[in-house]
Design a protein around this ligand. Structure first.
Ligand SMILES: Nc1ncnc2c1ncn2[C@@H]1O[C@H](COP(=O)(O)OP(=O)(O)OP(=O)(O)O)[C@@H](O)[C@H]1O
Length: 275
């Protein structure tokens, strides 16, 4: 049985803003899926219907055999990490256990021993065990995002969602964070769906790619099938010569509209923002 199953999912905001149009797909246990697409394509809406924050206008969403109502089975990493800055990395990670512990016990710092162990293990996974007692507010953006991943892991979810988890980070920090997210997923066999704007980072870490454009899935395939032409079509529309088609055989842009290459194999900043 797939962990995620969407059947003919449609989401219309208000009268006529069609965010998702007839999306049907399955995601199997342990897959690391990256959702790509231009701004406004429907990526966030897709993730929100997976965690039950948004109800589809029509169609069916099934997570592990039931509707995504039991939130604790879906962990979420946000673009804005939403950490409590005055608390340590460890205590922030522990809040992932809140759905099991409840606020009152957490205020009394009465977390179960196994939750404390889970928080330390999660911090270890994201390379922050040594910084467990550091105040979140004094951490870098990348470190904060790693604490956010640790917090989601402590929740012990069956599905991990990450909505643009690295968009506010520089390319190096983005790679670091995605590396830790992938490591966490691999270690735990966690089914993961991440939406990303940075195509080069996505290509490096994703196993399967879902391309969304105007609310529709226009590509669904493995890394080998995610050619530069596919990426151009996704961001610029079919048949256009966009940024990515102009790459060398080794995947390094040869110039053209792509501009800067630097140490990044594909341009990051040039990913278009349509709005
Ligand atoms: N709460 C809302 N109310 C009305 N329209 C919305 C709402 N949320 C999203 N939309 C619209 O739905 C469409 C899809 O938005 P969504 O945020 O899912 O796209 P996205 O691919 O995640 O974009 P971005 O990459 O910019 O975050 C857009 O036209 C957007 O304006």
């Amino acid at each position: 049985m797939p962990v995620v199953s969407l059947a003919n999912v449609r989401k219309v905001y208000g009268e006529d803003v069609v965010a998702l149009e007839d999306i049907s797909l399955d995601i199997e246990q342990g897959e690391f899926v990256v959702v790509l697409g231009p701004s406004g394509a429907g990526k966030s809406t897709l993730l929100r219907v997976l965690n039950g924050l948004t109800t589809p206008t029509s169609g069916e969403v099934v997570i592990n055999g039931s509707p995504p109502a039991a939130r604790s089975e879906v962990g979420m990493v946000f673009q804005m990490h939403y950490l409590i800055e005055s608390m340590s990395a460890y205590r922030n990670a522990l809040t992932g256990a809140l759905s099991r512990t409840g606020w009152l016990r957490s205020l009394l710092t009465a977390y179960a021993e196994e939750d404390k162990q889970a928080a330390l293990r999660a911090l270890d996974t994201v390379g922050l065990l040594d910084a467990a007692q550091q105040r979140a507010g004094s951490m870098s953006g990348g470190q904060k995002q790693r604490v956010g991943i640790a917090r989601a892991l402590v929740q012990d979810p069956e599905l991990l969602l990450a909505d643009e988890p690295v968009s506010s980070l520089d390319p190096k920090a983005a790679r670091d964070v995605m590396g830790y997210l992938k490591r966490a997923a691999d270690e735990r066999g966690l089914t993961t769906v991440a939406s990303l704007h940075q195509v080069n980072v996505a290509r490096e870490f994703g196993d399967r790619f879902i391309g969304v454009r105007d609310g529709e899935v226009v590509f669904d395939g493995p890394r080998e099938a995610l050619s530069m032409d596919v990426v151009d079509d996704l961001y610029y529309g079919e048949g256009t010569d966009g940024v990515y088609a102009d790459e060398g055989a080794d995947g390094t842009p040869t110039g053209g509209a792509g501009g800067e290459t630097g140490t990044d194999p594909t341009p990051v900043e040039e990913v278009p923002q349509d709005d």
